[in-house]
Design a protein around this ligand. Structure first.
Ligand SMILES: Nc1nc2c(ncn2[C@@H]2O[C@H](COP(=O)(O)OP(=O)(O)OP(=O)(O)O)[C@@H](O)[C@H]2O)c(=O)[nH]1
Ligand SMILES: [Mg+2]
Length: 676
């Protein structure tokens, strides 16, 4: 673990990239190379620093951000190993906004490069300097140049490869540093050896280098002049340009290697130190320029430890954090540096560091915490809309009382989860980003709060209405012992236009139903409407009390309520009850090469396409707008992702109710009556 001592600088780096590209393996390698760990772990052996929680270990995938620090050439480096699965994207986005730079880890497979698009978009929107590390070069099947071209197509910033691969009989054995034109051979467990630049690669190397310099000269007139005059620019000038351009998020340097063998990891570290910006630069880009000498921090992630303690991972944007400091008028708990699962107590943390604070109750991920009165608030990552839902029930009935407080903590840890108790169906619904996301959430609920749950498909909140009008009569008469009960009403029941809701009127003349009993009639009607003849809440009806009679002794509000219920029960049978289903307004986004498949998916699910158009600011992406029945949405996200290499996504909101097609009505009714 890293010692705290004076150093040349602090860099915090997010490791991001598509699912399973080797980020956690790269972190392990970075920690091994910086001597932060003695023995390197691997995903296969389940002993990496990242992914130490059981939910990650059991799936061999990252499900939350892991933090670890190392020291390289007197720089403090803190790494945020982010999950790659699109289902955990919120976690990644929340962490990324605190990073000074990001390493985008990807696989050298042309057909998979498109999966980087949403990430690049996020990095561009937030102007987070990033470099690409093409990992798994031992598995390279496509031509490396083709991989680069594919990357260029998805990045809006120009790519600047800083290395050229040296291969022997299809194996990557080394690289040429395009800045110094020095060639190196990799060595397991030690730095690469300088070697002579292979003759056969001379021409390719020169071409690659020229391309790098040309790209850099787009942002530097002096360099452009040198190139025009055939002057070979000095190494220092190239490095200065790289640093300037990367810090300003103008270019994307590209490296490659084999994380599992530490190949290419040292040059990557060199670049992190030489080319990524100091923490103050990032703070300034977020609009933070020395706010009245305050300490300013922001929460990137919230953890609940298995012992139940809350830990908030914060980035120090400005000033210094001391143990026990008051932030947002709250006295903070202890300070820790995190290293995977370990927490190392520390006394203070400086600008750019990422550390954990205990016991920040009522503080959420994304919140800004300051030591002063400025009230400054840094921007937060956008909250993702939930796209996948399951109804959840505690396995043990007695656990029901514990559920809501446990869910509240679960959501603090993972803001891309949502939960609700549905008003109509009374089910507890857990919403998230996909099947694995919800499984992980339920595993956590079990492990941390001892709450094993069962799940089922959420019921669709169907409603019903009527197509025809009727006049109905209800008379309630009851005699038991002394006091009797009497109520008598005539009701006009009429359908209303869709969306009009329920209305109650009365046109009583001459006190046929005395004023004080009319609220009872309305109450009886409303109670009846909570479950109509088909078994669902009734909407869009107009009920008018037109006539009735009463008894001077026996009548009561209660008796009129009963009479109204009877009139409704009788009358509604004659009104052609009709099933209504909720329709959502949905906006699907996907690369336009998949647009026709997405259109098919939508129409295949009884969707109504409203239109589609290119998304401004996205390269080659379309947005498809449609109405879709909620009943068809359950695994829509799963199908959408499988059609779009995992990158398609959608936003939705409830729009309106619509009649269920006749042939489906029977099926719905039989399904729901057998469940009831
Ligand atoms: N061949 C080869 N396999 C690698 C390399 N790096 C990682 N892997 C393997 O790729 C798989 C995924 O590795 P991880 O490090 O978990 O990838 P990740 O990007 O952290 O995955 P997520 O966080 O779940 O997105 C594991 O089976 C690793 O052993 C590499 O350089 N070469
Ligand atoms: Mg990982």
């Amino acid at each position: 673990m890293m010692n705290q001592k004076d150093n040349k600088g602090t860099r915090n780096i997010a490791i991001v990239g598509p699912y399973s590209s080797g980020k956690t393996s790269l972190l392990e390698s970075l920690l091994a190379v910086t001597n932060a760990i003695d023995r390197k772990g691997s995903i296969k052996e389940n002993n990496t620093v990242g992914d130490s929680v059981p939910e990650a270990r059991s799936r061999s995938m990252s499900v939350e951000v892991s933090v670890a620090s190392g020291e390289y050439q007197d720089y403090n480096l803190t790494f945020l190993d982010c999950p790659g699965s699109i289902e955990f994207a919120q976690e990644t986005y929340n962490a990324l906004i605190g990073a000074g730079a990001a390493i985008v880890v990807c696989e050298p497979v042309v057909s998979r490069v498109l999966t980087l698009a949403p990430l690049f978009k996020f990095l561009d929107d937030w102007e987070i300097p990033h470099l690409v590390f093409v990992n798994k070069m031992d598995r390279l099947k496509d031509k490396f140049m083709d991989v680069l071209h594919a990357l260029k197509d998805v990045s809006s910033r120009p790519l600047v490869p800083q290395q050229y691969p040296i291969r022997q009989s299809d194996k990557l054995v080394g690289y040429i540093d395009l800045i110094t034109e020095q060639a190196y051979h990799y060595h397991p467990d030690s730095p690469a050896d300088p070697v002579h630049l292979p003759e056969a690669l001379q021409a390719e190397e020169t071409a690659a280098r020229d391309e790098m310099l040309e790209t850099l000269s787009e942002f530097d007139d002096h360099l452009l002049e040198e190139l025009l005059e055939d002057i070979n620019p000095p190494k220092e000038e190239i490095l200065r340009d790289l640093k300037q351009d990367l810090s300003a998020d103008l270019i994307v340097p590209v490296f490659f290697g084999i994380a599992e063998q530490d190949y290419g990891v040292r040059p990557l570290l060199d670049a992190l130190i030489a080319e990524t910006p100091a923490p103050e630069v990032t703070a300034e880009r977020r609009g933070l320029t020395d706010v009245a000498g305050e300490t300013v921090t922001q929460v990137l992630k919230t953890y609940y430890t298995p012992q139940g303690g809350k830990l908030s991972l914060v980035r120090v944007w400005q000033g210094e954090l001391n143990e026990g400091i008051t932030l947002n008028s709250l006295r903070t708990g202890n300070l820790y540096r995190l290293f995977g699962q370990q927490q190392q107590p520390i006394q203070k943390a400086g600008v750019g560091e990422i550390v954990a604070i205990s016991r920040l109750e009522d503080i959420n991920t994304g919140d800004t915490l300051t030591s002063g009165e400025s009230g400054v608030e840094l921007p937060k990552a956008e909250e993702l809309d939930p796209v996948y839902a399951k109804a959840i029930v505690p396995e043990r009935r007695k656990d029901e009382v514990k559920l809501s407080s446990a869910l509240t903590k679960l959501l603090e840890e993972d803001p891309s989860l949502k939960w609700e108790q549905h008003g109509d169906t009374r089910e507890v619904i857990l919403w998230g980003q996909g099947e694995i996301h919800l499984q992980v959430a339920l595993d956590r609920l079990n492990r941390k709060y001892n709450l094993p749950m069962t799940t089922h498909l959420p019921r669709i909140p169907y409603k019903e209405t009527i197509r025809k009008s009727t006049v109905s009569h209800g008379r309630y008469k009851h005699q038991s012992g002394g006091h009797g009960a009497f109520g008598d009403v005539y009701l006009d029941i009429k359908p209303q236009p869709r969306g009009q809701g329920f209305e109650f009127h009365e046109t009583i003349v001459g006190g046929a139903v005395p004023k004080q009993y009319i609220p009872g009639v309305e109450m009886g009607v409303r109670e009846y409407l909570s479950q109509g003849p088909l078994g669902f809440p009734v909407v869009d009806v107009d009920v008018t009390l037109t006539n009735g009679s009463y008894h001077s002794v026996d009548s009561s509000e209660q008796a009129f309520k009963q009479a109204a219920r009877m009139a409704m029960t009788d009358g509604m049978q004659n009104c052609e009850p009709t099933l209504l289903e909720p329709i959502l307004s949905v906006q699907v986004s996907a690369p336009n090469e998949f647009t026709s498949k997405v259109l098919q998916l939508v129409t295949g699910r009884r969707g109504q396409i409203l239109g589609y158009e290119a998304i401004a600011g996205w390269q080659n992406w379309d947005k498809i707008t449609a109405y879709l029945p909620q009943a068809e949405m359950h695994n829509f996200i799963i199908e959408l992702r499988s059609l779009t290499l995992g990158v398609g996504f959608f936003k939705w909101e409830y729009d309106h109710l619509q009649e269920v097609p006749e042939k489906l009505t029977t099926r719905v009714l039989s399904m729901y009556s057998s469940e009831a």
